[in-house]
Design a protein around this ligand. Structure first.
Ligand code: HPA
Length: 273
């Protein structure tokens, strides 16, 4: 068996024995949404370090556990903390949790993250519905022998972000009177923030926001047949668009300030899925 699939199966076996819960939605919490667990009617939690071989996040502000429970009537598994490629994990480990949540039964992957705004109409604190992405600056997680058990060798990527889910997020934002912008998210590897020249390049390529996560997870989820949607919290203007140097603390502060509204938007959206 493929080594990557073998590891995934091992993780699944250890989760399956401990958790009797079938999620429909898999929610990945980005910076600032770390305490979203309070919005969930929790049935069980599972720390990542209790899953044999599971990658553990080293980023300050990222907890490391799965939460299982209900948002409204919807059964969800929620990732409180994700791993990033810049932490040094192989890209197959970065997407292992996504694939694992699919094996748990999740049909929908709801991705959230913090980003830098490239589109000059955006303000810090805006929420951006991700309508498409630019992946070519991060390694493709499907490189290597194809895992036939999960999906095809050459997956179509023409509609990664499910239009029906996007409509439900739009309707939720409108109902809650929350400003929701839309755009294209580019993932770079990080961990350094971009240079102003890189931001100008990304802008000319059509990117509206930039970050260090999400796209590789979307590629893996699309490969294994999940429906995908995502919202990015624009936490700062990207490099060169404001006079200030960028810091992780600034990003985290902005994400924390946006968190109450972000949580409302995520909850309302999930209830409509
Ligand atoms: N660049 C990359 N990742 C980010 C940024 C940024 O400006 N802000 C939040 N995450």
């Amino acid at each position: 068996m493929n080594e990557i699939y073998e590891k995934l199966t091992r993780c699944y076996e250890s989760v399956k024995d401990r958790i009797r819960f079938t999620p429909r939605v898999a929610l990945v919490l980005g910076s600032g949404l770390g305490d979203y667990g309070n919005e969930i009617d929790v049935e069980a939690t599972l720390p990542y370090n209790e899953i044999n071989g599971f990658p553990i996040s080293t980023v300050p502000g990222h907890k490391g556990q799965f939460i299982f429970g209900h948002v409204g009537d919807v059964p969800v598994v929620c990732m409180q903390g994700r791993v990033h490629y810049y932490e040094g994990y192989p890209i197959s480990d970065v997407v292992l949790p996504t694939r694992l949540m699919k094996m748990m039964g999740a049909e929908i992957l709801f991705l959230t993250n913090a980003s830098g705004g490239i589109n000059t109409d955006f303000k810090a604190g805006d929420f951006m519905l991700i309508t498409d992405h630019i992946s070519c600056f991060a390694p493709n997680p499907l490189i290597g022998q194809n895992i036939e058990e999960l999906g095809v060798r050459f997956p179509d990527m023409s509609k990664v972000y499910d239009e029906n889910l996007c409509d439900k997020i739009r309707a939720s934002a409108s109902e809650l009177n929350i400003r929701l912008v839309e755009g294209i998210y580019a993932q770079l590897t990080g961990p350094s923030f971009e240079s102003p020249a890189e931001i100008r390049m990304l802008k000319s390529l059509g990117a509206d926001a930039v970050g260090m996560s999400t796209v590789v997870e979307a590629i893996a989820a699309n490969h294994c047949g999940m429906k995908i949607c995502g919202i990015s919290c624009v936490c700062n203007l990207a490099a060169g668009l404001s006079a200030n140097p960028l810091t992780h603390e600034e990003v985290q502060t902005a994400a924390n300030e946006a968190a109450p509204l972000f949580k409302k938007l995520v909850t309302e959206s999930i209830c409509r899925f």
